[in-house]
Design a protein around this ligand. Structure first.
Ligand code: S3P
Length: 446
């Protein structure tokens, strides 16, 4: 078995959500190419349709014609945001800034358990009004839109969702914003808004940054070509590194320092990769990436590195299973409130595969082994990144088995190593299995 080929990925999830929001905030026609057609980002389009935007989607091309915030439908009823924490949190911000709007936001079981107080507290300080159909600070939430007071906030969670919710709320409500970012987080909202004509003044502080915005704001319609999703590419990067033969070229993926820190971690583990930078598109840089088989060694991911690798911790853990030495991460309590409690999901699944794992309240550690062969039953915890991570582990484990697999179906139907809930991959990566099929070549035995 070897890995081969060239892969393009659908648009980055964070960028796709933001492109749709910016198009909906603008007045007029926007065009977004390479939009992610995953469950989460389709829910974002659905929300803007309810607000009165005309949305046409042809595969990954989205045309949105927005009547502008002034003319949004103020009685849209209920919007179901499914599994997506990002659109739920961003919408709890910007919808609360639209005077006269009443909307109920709901989500699936996992989303209804996720904490929303981090957005609601600073919004309520700026005069926003919410009521709850169940538990306080959890969905379903009814938003009673208001013209907001100036927004002042110190963001010390390192959350791009909180930062972006407040920025978009200021835009919708035409209110000033001053936000101190004590811990830096992904900066897509700032980058992409600059492409839509919105100026955010950014001042460096001794620790962190100060963001300032002063109305009036005009958001211009956009024409964006979205870079491939680097967090989806991460599954294939780790696969390419752990395969013993072949090479993989990943084309046109996002290259943003807040998102590619996991590449630095992998390089510190001994990964062999070549990164070829490309031009800016819509305020964001991209790259092509060549991934070569590598012998990985152990690594301890420090708390300081966590915010920039938060979404890749599950797949980095899989790289750790097959490294030489100890793999560990700490300072990642936030991982407990993602689509699942990802520390619990990782630990339970690794133990189900027979591994000895130390669990901490903020991380985990274990000894890696490049030749490890795993067997057991994996639970999905209704979490797309957990399923995809263990699918990569299953492929590498089968490569390590003495006879090696002769087809992908032999791996996927392995009765010794089972994975439940493969349908969850569609949340962020609808063609995950097609891509796996495209890059694995069984004409040669390992
Ligand atoms: C996201 C920010 C991150 C990340 C999430 C997407 C975004 O969450 O985990 O998957 O698009 O802003 P936090 O900002 O809450 O850390």
């Amino acid at each position: 078995m070897k890995i081969k080929g060239n892969l393009f990925f659908s648009g980055d999830k964070s960028l796709s959500h933001r492109a749709a929001i910016i198009a909906g905030l603008a007045w007029g026609k926007s065009l977004i190419r390479n939009y992610l057609p995953g469950g989460d980002t389709l829910n974002t389009l659905g929300l803007f349709e309810k607000l009165g935007c005309r949305v046409e989607r042809d595969g990954t091309t989205v045309r949105m014609d927005s009547p502008g915030v002034e003319n949004w439908n103020t009685e849209p009823g209920t919007a179901d945001l499914g599994n997506s924490g990002t659109i739920a949190r961003l919408a709890l911000g910007f919808l609360a800034g639209k005077k006269g709007l009443t909307i109920t936001l709901t989500g699936d079981q996992s989303l209804s358990k996720r904490p929303m107080g981090r957005i609601l507290r600073p919004m309520i300080s700026a005069g926003a009004e919410y009521s709850y159909k169940g538990e306080t600070d959890r969905l379903p939430v009814v938003i009673h839109g208001k013209k907001l007071l100036p927004i002042f906030h110190k963001e010390d969670l390192g959350s791009a969702q909180v930062k972006s919710a407040l920025i978009f709320a200021a835009l919708v409500s035409q209110t000033p914003l001053q936000m101190e970012e004590a811990k830096l987080s992904r900066d897509h909202t700032e980058n992409m808004l600059s492409g839509a004509g919105v100026q955010i003044d950014i001042h460096k502080l001794d620790s962190g940054r100060l963001l300032e915005m002063e109305p009036p704001f005009t958001v211009n319609p956009i024409e964006y070509d979205i870079w491939g999703d680097i967090s989806s590419a991460a599954f294939f990067i780790v696969l390419g590194l752990l395969m013993k033969k072949g090479e993989l070229l990943i084309r046109d993926v996002l290259l943003n320092p807040f998102r590619t820190r996991f590449l630095d971690v992998l390089q510190k583990m001994g990964a062999r990769m070549e990164i070829m930078e490309k031009e800016l598109r819509g305020g964001e840089k991209g790259c092509d990436l060549l991934v070569l088989p590598s012998e990985l060694k152990g690594y301890k991911i420090s708390p300081a590195e966590i915010p920039s690798v938060i979404d890749e911790l599950p797949i980095l853990t899989i790289a750790g299973i097959f490294c030489e030495g100890e793999f560990c991460f700490r300072g990642a309590k936030e991982l407990r409130v993602k689509e699942s409690d990802r520390i619990d999901a990782l630990v339970k699944n690794l133990r189900a595969l027979g591994m000895e794992v130390e669990e901490y309240d903020d991380g985990l550690s274990f000894q890696g082994n490049p030749e490890r062969i795993l067997a057991g039953s994996i639970e999905s915890f209704h979490d797309h990144r957990i399923v995809m991570s263990f699918e990569i582990a299953r492929i590498i484990s089968s490569q390590n088995s003495c006879k090696g697999p002769d087809s992908l179906d032999a791996i996927l139907n392995d009765t010794e190593f089972r994975i439940a809930g493969q349908e969850w991959t569609t949340t962020s990566f609808p063609d995950f299995y097609d891509k796996i099929r495209n890059v694995l070549d069984f004409t040669e035995k390992a």
